[in-house]
Write a new protein. Structure first.
Length: 236
């Protein structure tokens, strides 16, 4: 059995594993236990009572976090014609067409988000096996297949994130950094949780949120009471 570090043991002693915390209380505790020597993320892990194998039980959406993620995203735009200049003027980091598609097909992935205009999707489609597993494939549902590239770029730069249930019915996201004020982390977390609640599929039966944890990048998970969290979100 691996021996736990002194730091980990000290953190674990501060988190009551038998307790269900409220959102605000959990964020305050996160600030206390995020003690690594770098700017740790606040990670969110929510298990849902859905069966992702069924199309009518997919949970997916996009939100703009009011205080961003703390990460500056390198945005690539696939477009042609006048949309190239529009993308450049809006602050895209990389803009191109078939030349970039060819470059990506060889394994180049020096970007964090991809936006494509609808007329490029026929060519972009062949990148599905490369971009899909990395969560980078443009899609209309995520707002990354659009002719309104300027707004899409601005939203991503401002902190737009996508949430999506994985094959094990869990949503994994990050909503900020240790360096954020607790109130800003709390507000970001509320926005994400509210969106997940609103995205409940009509076909989902029984308990929707089965478990809800937040955690620093290198630390102990803090278990949140989903019912109490729902009330905190409703008060906003």
């Amino acid at each position: 059995m691996a021996k736990k570090s002194k730091r980990y043991s000290e953190i674990a002693a501060k988190v009551d594993s038998t307790k269900l915390y409220g959102l605000r209380e959990a964020v305050d505790l996160y600030k206390e236990v995020a003690t690594a020597k770098f700017d740790e993320s606040l990670e969110v892990h929510i298990r849902l009572g859905v069966d992702p194998r069924h199309a009518d039980q997919q949970v997916r959406g996009t939100i703009v976090l009011p205080h961003g993620t703390g990460i500056t995203k390198r945005v690539l735009v696939l477009a042609v014609g006048e949309k190239v200049k529009e993308a450049e003027d809006a602050g895209a980091d990389i803009v191109g067409g078939d030349d970039l598609i060819q470059k990506i097909s060889t394994g180049w992935l020096d970007f964090d988000a991809v936006i494509a205009t609808p007329d490029m999707m026929k060519s972009v489609g062949r990148l599905g096996k490369i971009l899909g597993p990395r969560g980078l494939m443009p899609s209309a549902k995520a707002g990354t297949v659009t002719f309104d590239v300027a707004d899409a770029i601005k939203e991503i730069k401002a902190g737009r994130v996508e949430f999506r249930v994985d094959k094990t019915a869990i949503i994994h996201n990050m909503v900020g950094k240790k360096s954020f004020e607790a109130e800003k982390l709390f507000e970001n977390l509320k926005v994400l949780y509210r969106a997940i609640l609103k995205a409940r599929p009509a076909s989902a039966k029984g308990t929707y949120v089965r478990s809800f944890y937040i955690a620093p990048t290198m630390g102990v998970g803090i278990k949140i009471d989903p019912v109490a969290a729902s009330k905190e979100v409703a008060e906003a």
